[in-house]
Write a protein that binds this ligand. Structure first.
Ligand code: FAD
Ligand code: NDP
Ligand code: HEM
Ligand code: CU
Ligand code: FE
Length: 517
């Protein structure tokens, strides 16, 4: 375990003599390196001219010769900067680096550059202590990414730890969110933002200019205290999606099991019919629309609850409980998952008549018809019902795709607040109503036919109707003039008990407890 804490700095004196210095001359000669200009403000202004004057280019050092160091060296050289790499085994590593980069021993590499990237893992930082004399006064860039376990284990960030080991250096946290691959390929696609923080503004500016020169967009994250936050960024995997995904999966498992019991198990047990072929498609296509529909209603339920809470409290100035706050914030993800399931449902539905099982059943029906001597089997009601529910389903999906498209950042940015709100709130509600009509016309009288109750279980769609219908009803209720006026008054800051203007200390504590983190 590496030494930690400000009390355990590298001894500034006494470790000046690096174990490598004796061999260094045999690898490369550093003649006249010190005359070359260090990194300067010129970097950003003269992007194009950099490549033309490599001998004049500012020098950047890299400690470590691993994947990240290699990609970084390639990128820096490609951006017209001159690079010197410090390795414990330069001879072995030199072939892996672009020829324009100089690979030498650590002690030698850190001599001339003003900026040095530390591309080694945290546990080896202390092995660099022997360089602390040469590193004094320079900018050290900490690019490290802790593992999840390391992040939890160490209270102080890797960058702060590095700063405590090298108190005479200006430590900057940067580039950890960029993968070695992105560095090598260049920031053509994916995220080009590089969060940067440091306690020394001048050092931060220098590294920002470097990031700029490499084609990235530096984002100032303030002082080195932010390093822990920056180090946590690559540890996140699609934040905000976990709970909605679990919710969708849970609903899927529930409805799939329910449909399996009704559509497959019941015929098998009670009528000895083998209908297991329904598992991959038919049962899935009864499950997906139910998941989509319930998720869609769960997008609009929290807005209704929030409005109800505000009406009941008579103020908008009290925090919503934590669970509601969270729910409101995860609506986008829930909505997109609903759209995903609905789109799959549409494609599955189109596939229904393509199946060979469908054709067998159709032919069997025709044979039965011939045997019973029925020539014309056209039930006007069924025909109309199907035409209508399919059309409503297509309309609902069409409106939902508008919502999905406007949730893309580039499109959302081109809409003003009212336009975005119209699509998300109003059209989204229209989609919910259309889906409800689609489900109701599909269901029709099935909910009242005894033969539809398998194992006493009602048809699946009846289970899904509760929440959407409640949401639609309550939304309609809020349109009543008395409630609408009161709600809009509250949302403009009116309070029920505005005469009583004090808050008890206990109220305050409660408000803090329920605030969102
Ligand atoms: C396919 C799809 C994609 C989606 N994409 C997104 C997305 O990109 N981004 C996103 O945010 N959501 C997205 N959603 C979720 C959903 O569409 C929105 O959250 C939508 O705005 C919810 O509408 P609402 O009317 O229920 O709630 P809200 O618009 O939040 O309104 C609820 C009620 O509160 C009121 N209100 C709103 N804000 C305030 C406030 N600050 N103070 C007081 N009162 C307020 C409104 O007037 C309304 O009466 C998506 C949903 C789907 C299905
Ligand atoms: N790979 C990636 O995509 C990313 C990596 N990073 C960070 O970059 C840093 C380096 O990662 P990466 O290049 O992948 O790792 P590697 O294991 O490939 O490289 C680590 C390098 O550290 C050097 N090193 C210096 N001192 C020691 C020592 N005492 N023991 C062992 N090695 C030492 C070694 O170079 P030598 O033998 O020449 O001295 C080695 O090549 C890490 O902090 C990582 O979190 C950040 C973002 C992305
Ligand atoms: C192009 C769009 C759509 C088409 C073609 C379509 C088609 C269908 C079909 C054919 C069925 C009957 C399935 C069966 O026989 O088992 C059905 C049922 C259903 N659909 Fe859709 N639909 C569409 C969009 C939607 C949308 C957007 C939703 C809701 C978000 C939705 C929700 C439902 C529900 C809840 C059922 C009842 C499932 C059951 O209990 O069996 N549909 N749809
Ligand atoms: Cu959350
Ligand atoms: Fe440690």
């Amino acid at each position: 375990m590496a030494a930690e804490g400000p009390g355990e700095q590298c001894p500034a004196l006494g470790c000046g003599e690096s174990p490598n210095t004796e061999d260094s001359q045999s690898v490369t000669k550093l003649s006249g390196e010190m005359d070359k200009p260090l990194i300067s403000r010129r970097l950003v202004d003269s992007d194009s001219s950099l490549a033309e004057v490599p001998s004049e280019a500012p020098k950047v050092g890299i400690l470590g010769s691993g994947d990240f160091a290699r990609s970084l060296a390639t990128r820096l050289v490609g951006s017209g900067l001159s690079v010197v790499v410090g390795s414990r085994h330069p001879k072995r590593m030199v072939g892996l680096f672009p020829s324009a980069a100089k690979v030498t021993f650590q002690a030698e590499a850190v001599g001339s550059p003003e900026v040095i990237f530390v591309a080694v893992f945290r546990e080896h930082y202390s092995s660099l202590c022997s360089l602390s004399d040469q590193l004094a006064g320079k900018i050290l860039v900490d690019v490290s990414n802790p593992t999840e376990q390391e992040h939890l284990q160490h209270r102080e960030s890797n960058a702060e730890y590095l700063a405590s080991l090298f108190p005479t250096c200006a430590v900057v946290k940067a580039f950890n969110v960029i993968s070695a691959w992105t560095l090598q390929a260049g920031p053509r696609d994916g995220n080009r933002q590089v969060p940067i923080c440091s306690d020394l503004p001048e050092a931060k500016r220098t590294v920002s200019e470097l990031a700029h020169a490499m084609g990235f967009t530096p984002v100032d994250m303030g002082s080195l205290a932010s390093a822990r936050e920056i180090e946590a960024m690559p540890l996140r995997l699609l934040p905000g999606w976990k709970v909605p995904t679990i919710l969708a999966l849970g609903l899927f498992i529930f409805f799939y099991t329910y449909n399996f019991i009704r559509d497959v198990l019941q015929p098998y047990v009670q009528e000895n019919r083998n209908e297991f072929y329904k598992l991959p498609l038919s049962v899935v296509n009864t499950t997906l629309p139910c998941v989509a529909y319930v998720l869609l209603s769960l997008v609009y339920l929290p807005g209704v609850l929030a409005a109800a809470l505000q009406l009941w409290r008579g103020t908008k100035y009290r925090r919503f409980p934590d669970w509601l706050d969270h729910w409101l914030q995860h609506r986008k993800q829930i909505g997109l998952l609903s759209f995903f399931c609905a789109a799959l449902h549409a494609v599955y539905s189109v596939c229904l008549p393509v199946r060979i099982s469908y054709r067998y059943n159709l032919v069997n029906l025709a044979v039965k018809q011939v045997l019973t001597n029925k020539s014309h089997l056209w039930v006007e009601e069924n025909v109309w019902r199907m035409e209508i529910y399919l059309s409503l389903g297509v309309l609902a999906l069409g409106v939902l795709s508008l919502l999905a498209v406007t949730s893309l950042p580039s499109i959302a940015n081109s809409l003003n607040w009212r336009e975005f709100n119209f699509v998300q709130s109003t059209l989204g509600f229209v989609a919910l109503v259309l889906s409800t009509l689609h489900t109701l016309t599909y269901g029709w009288t099935r909910a009242f036919e005894e033969s539809r109750y398998k194992f006493y279980l009602p048809p699946t769609f009846t289970l899904t109707l509760l929440v959407p219908c409640v949401v639609i009803l309550v939304k309609g209720l809020f349109l009543l003039p008395c409630l609408r006026h009161r709600l809009s008054k509250i949302r403009r800051g009116w309070e029920k008990d505005s005469a009583v203007k004090f808050t008890l200390p206990m109220d305050h504590a409660l408000a803090q407890k329920t605030s969102h983190v």
